[in-house]
Design a protein around this ligand. Structure first.
Ligand code: SF4
Length: 453
């Protein structure tokens, strides 16, 4: 039967522990008064209630709902009475085990709302909990808390977190064995089990590991393979991509990447983005024509004269909504959706400093990145256009990538030698902003329809 689930983020103060290896939320402190929080929750639940019955309310609180420092007694009592008055049938809150005490459970007890407490068991192995995940607790602490919960008639939900440390990532057999033991135990103990895929939270140590290349998140295929048949168990829920993960860089780590050379070409920030774009990103299904474009000095690119000229030339084409703009530059392959994200608006590759050697390296790295993009996403597109200065290293890399993958028949290069010579003769720069080049682009894209459907 359809269950109406409402999720709320209820943040106040900070997690009393805050040291879990993989967690960035636990390090945040949310300054807001309890009265303010009450007002916000009252309005939110009120509006949800007006839309329909609330069968299940899930509360996420970056810490512990049962920690009296985070949520004092009177707030907990007020909250459960609010749930009762809004007709909530079932409530799930989160807590570390040390706060699951008789007193706190008494406050949260209700004759009308079924209450479940979710606990992060993560992986049921003391060595991992203490020395890798840095949870500051043992499996026994969780077992004891579960006894208290059951003694009070509360439900139990357990979170398992996989791939939350480079040690596990680089020791797949140990990882798998511990996971198997953990899920068996969790299924014995809990009413429901959520298996969570670890992501690089900003502010966590795992984020640093991701940047320095010692760890990377499982993509969907890896995650599902790892979880295996457990994912089909009726008590198990899979949380592959919580909050739609996108690479994020805290302000203090954001630097302007200005320069030419290997350090700027394969900078770790670019590398993690390329990994994300290949393994996690899904190009929009409605855009089946790929148009590869050069970068521009002005960022984001759409502010540059070149991109403005290109967009002006093509946006009125009936086929425009089907065109996926993809920049290819020193940071790699950059789908249009990300051009405003750091570091794609904070870099500069001064071409005049390029040596022959770095040009060769640029072609190799760019070819590799374009190939990776094509291997994963080529099936999204029916045809590809490359709009670059004739002879540009990026264009060479794209042509070679298509050739290596046997896809050359799908690629259309807009500015050919003849057109380039014509434009050069006029001494016009940049070539891609020349009216003749733009009109050829428009013409070729208009004809794209004949290659589609
Ligand atoms: S995982 Fe939970 S206990 Fe650990 S730091 Fe984050 S919020 Fe705190």
């Amino acid at each position: 039967m359809f269950k109406r689930i409402v999720s709320v983020i209820l943040e106040h103060g900070s997690c009393s522990w805050g040291k879990c290896y993989f967690c960035g939320w636990g390090k945040r402190r949310v300054e807001c008064s309890l009265d303010e929080l009450k007002g916000r929750i009252f309005n939110l639940l009120g509006s949800k209630r007006r839309e329909g019955e609330i069968d299940l309310l899930k509360v996420f609180s970056s810490g512990s709902f049962l920690d009296p420092k985070q949520f004092p007694d009177d707030f907990v009592s007020w909250f459960i009475r609010l749930c009762e008055s809004f007709g909530v049938r079932e409530l799930i809150v989160e807590s570390r085990p040390e706060y699951i005490t008789e007193d706190r459970l008494n406050l949260l007890s209700s004759g009308r709302v079924k209450v479940t407490v979710a606990i992060g068991l993560e992986l049921a192995d003391d060595d991992i909990l203490l020395n890798y995940y840095c949870k500051g607790l043992r499996v026994d602490d969780i077992l004891n808390a579960i006894k208290v919960l059951r003694g009070h008639g509360f439900g139990v939900r357990l979170y398992l977190l996989v791939n939350g440390h480079p040690y596990l990532y680089s020791n797949p057999e140990i990882h798998k064995r511990v996971f198997e033991d953990s899920i068996k135990l969790a299924l014995d103990l809990a009413d429901s089990v959520v298996v969570i895929n670890a992501y690089p939270h900003v502010g966590s140590k795992l984020w640093e590991d991701w940047i320095n290349g010692s760890w990377r998140p499982f993509d969907e295929e890896e995650f599902r393979r790892f979880v295996g048949e457990w994912g089909m168990h009726p008590k198990v829920e899979l949380d592959f991509n919580n909050l739609n993960f996108i690479p994020k860089f805290p302000r203090e780590k954001q630097i302007f990447l200005h320069g030419v050379g290997r350090d700027y070409l394969v900078h770790p920030y670019y590398e993690v983005w390329q990994d994300y774009i290949v393994r996690f990103y899904k190009p929009p299904k409605s855009k089946d024509i790929a148009l590869f474009l050069p970068c521009a000095y002005r960022k984001p690119y759409t502010r540059s004269k070149t991109w403005k000229a290109i967009l002006n030339a093509i946006y009125s084409l009936p086929i425009f909504p089907r065109i996926h703009l993809i920049a290819v530059s020193s940071p790699g392959v950059i789908p249009y959706e990300f051009i405003n994200y750091y570091p794609f608006q904070s870099y500069d590759w001064p071409e005049w400093l390029e040596t022959e050697e770095i040009k060769r390296e640029y072609i190799e790295v760019t070819k590799f990145r374009v190939k990776n993009y094509l291997v994963r996403h080529a099936s999204n597109y029916k045809i590809f256009y490359a709009y670059f200065r004739y002879g540009a290293e990026t264009l060479t890399a794209i042509i070679e990538a298509f050739k290596d993958l046997g896809l050359s028949d799908k690629l259309r290069v807009v500015i050919d030698e003849g057109l380039a010579m014509d434009i050069e003769a006029e001494g016009f720069k940049p070539m891609v902003a020349h009216p003749k080049a733009l009109s050829k682009l428009r013409e070729m894209l208009s004809e794209a329809i004949s290659h589609l459907d």
